[in-house]
Structures are given as structure tokens and as C-alpha cells.
Write a protein that binds this ligand. Sequence first.
Ligand SMILES: Nc1ncnc2c1ncn2[C@@H]1O[C@H](COP(=O)(O)OP(=O)(O)OP(=O)(O)O)[C@@H](O)[C@H]1O
Ligand SMILES: [Mg+2]
Length: 344
Amino acid sequence: MKSFSRSANHIGIDMGSSQTRIFSENRLLLDERTVVAVDSKTNEMVGFGTDAIIRYHSNPQRIRLEWPIRNGAMVDYYYTKGILTYFLKKVLKQALARPEIVLSISSGLSSVARHALIDAVMHAGAQKAFLLPVAAAAALGQGIRLDTPDVVLSMNIGQDVTDCGMFSCGGVIAQEQVVFGGRTINEGIQAYMRESLQIIIGMDEAESIKQDMVSVVEDGLDMTFAVHGRRVVDGVSVVMQMTSSRMYPIIQMYLEPVAELAERIIRQASPDMAEDLLKHGLLLTGGTARLSGLDKWLANRLGIPVRVPEHAEISAVMGCSRTLDEYKKIPDLIESGEKYYGRN
Ligand SMILES: Nc1ncnc2c1ncn2[C@@H]1O[C@H](COP(=O)(O)OP(=O)(O)OP(=O)(O)O)[C@@H](O)[C@H]1O
Ligand SMILES: [Mg+2]
């Protein structure tokens, strides 16, 4: 990997399926939806992030929303470049130097997808671009070193994707991603309400039930809550009652692929490493790490401690903005865009 130059602005970007975050010099510079507003008549991009949502609500007949990142991967090059260019301009304002950018990515991203992402970042105005797997980035964001013999186990659960990685001595012991995230849980809640109460609920209702009423493990508070939806039979708006205790088994069932992913990664640990894992446990980050009781449920299931840090959803982007010297210690984990460009 070529070294970073000290003179350039160095910024970290985490472009997630739902949220894009930019972090630099201990500050979160931007935290907006990864969305573009497009004028359906002209097909022009007319707004990005928060602004895109405002534009959409002001004229939903004419403006549509496009989400250029799905399941952690870019699905539209043109919109991704547009949104990156706009966000970079917004955070850099009058800065003269083009920035060096470290982007967190899902570990399963193909080399074609990596190439396209690097290309979009370079066209958006980067001077140099580097890619860092999100599970490694999230650990760095907590100040955890990845270049020592200690084994680090990290899992990031976002809206669409879950990434898990085990690292030691600056390298990867095992890492993998599965298509699972907060969206999967919301869809599960929608399906359960349809089955058990025969009502159709919207994504926003499912999101607020998930955040306020659902716990993955029994917490002794069996709350009864109102569910707003439309009856399947006739579409009439109704309010029904549900209890939080009925939700545990459902949520646990949906979380099964997450536990299985962690188990597959942990199985790659040697007996020595297993001791380390027992001591240090699993670092759990990403927006979905905030799901109530998820840490307890996983700890019980895996038999190791699970820690959710404060600001779990920005840990990865914080890791992308670490000091330049730290990246020099993990050349096998950080990938230079030079590989695709031949000139970074
Ligand atoms: N308090 C909470 N409880 C449960 N889930 C939450 C909470 N707060 C946020 N989330 C979920 O976190 C998810 C977003 O997480 P994050 O911002 O890490 O995703 P992302 O990086 O945009 O997506 P991805 O990494 O999948 O591409 C959403 O699905 C949201 O519902
Ligand atoms: Mg993410």
C-alpha cells in the first residue's frame, strides 16, 4: 500500500444502505440518508440526502427517491457518484486540497464492485481512495489495535447487511457477510402482524415497534402496545393490541442467521485464539446493534461477552478516519484504490 501524504485532508466515509456518514479529525461531519431525489420528467438528480427527502415530500408526483446502495453494494454508479460529489462538496466547503478517503466496505464486495466504488469516489473528487472492511473499521473506531497477536472479533449489523470478521496480527483469520439487517427485522415484524393480527402495517410502524417495543430476550416488562395498520380483508384502518412477550420468539427466529454467522467465524479460531475470545468477546456495532437485548441474546448463544459501544452506528466511520500511522500497521487489511487505478 502506498503511504498517505500528511498534507492532504484525510476523511472517512461509511456509505451504508440507509445512511452515509463522513468523519474527520474526531468530528462527525455528515450523517444523512443515502438517497437521491430524481425528477421523473427530466431524469435529473435534484437533491441528495436530507434535501432529497424534503424535495420528494414537496412534490411526490414528480420526484422519486433512488437508493444507490443496496445490501451494502452499489447498485447505481451514476447516483452513487452524484451523491458522493454532493456530500464531499458539502463537508469540504472551501478546502483546497482534495481529500484522501478511506471507505468502509462489506467484506463480500466483489473486485468489480470495489473497482466501481473507487472509480465513483475518485470522480467525486478524492485524491486517493482506500477500502477497509467494515468489521475491521468498526474495531479501529473503538481504538482497538488489529496489529497485535490478540484476536479481535467484530460484527457490524446495519440496515441490509451483517459483516463479521476475526482479526489478528494485522490480518484476517476469517470474515464473511450475510444479507441481514434492520430491514429484515422490520419485514419480519410486518409478516408477523399480518399473520397474527391480520393487519398490514407500514415500514415506519414496524420500525417504531422494533425500536420502542421489541426486546430480543425477556426483560420482565411484558408491555401491551397499540399497532396501527389496515385490515387485510377490507383495507380499513384499525388499531390492534400486541404484547411484547409474543414478539421474543419471532425476533429470535429472524436473528438466527446472525448467530450462525458468528458461530461460523468463531469456529475458525484455534484453541489459543478461543481463550482470547473468551476474554475479549465480540464487539457489536452498526445501527441494529442497538436492538434491545441483542447483546445479551448473542452472548448467551455464543458463550462469550458481547459489547455494544456508545454510538455503535458510527464506529465504522470513526475507524475510517484513524491516523495515517495506524493504517501503515495493517497493510493487509486496507486496500489501496491504486490497484484499480494504477495511480493512487
Ligand atoms: N434503537 C434501535 N433499535 C433497533 N434498530 C435500530 C435502532 N436504531 C437504528 N436501528 C436500525 O439500524 C439500521 C441502520 O443501521 P446503519 O446505519 O448501521 O445501517 P447502514 O450502514 O446504512 O446499512 P448497511 O450497513 O446495511 O449498508 C436500520 O435498519 C435501523 O432500523
Ligand atoms: Mg453499514
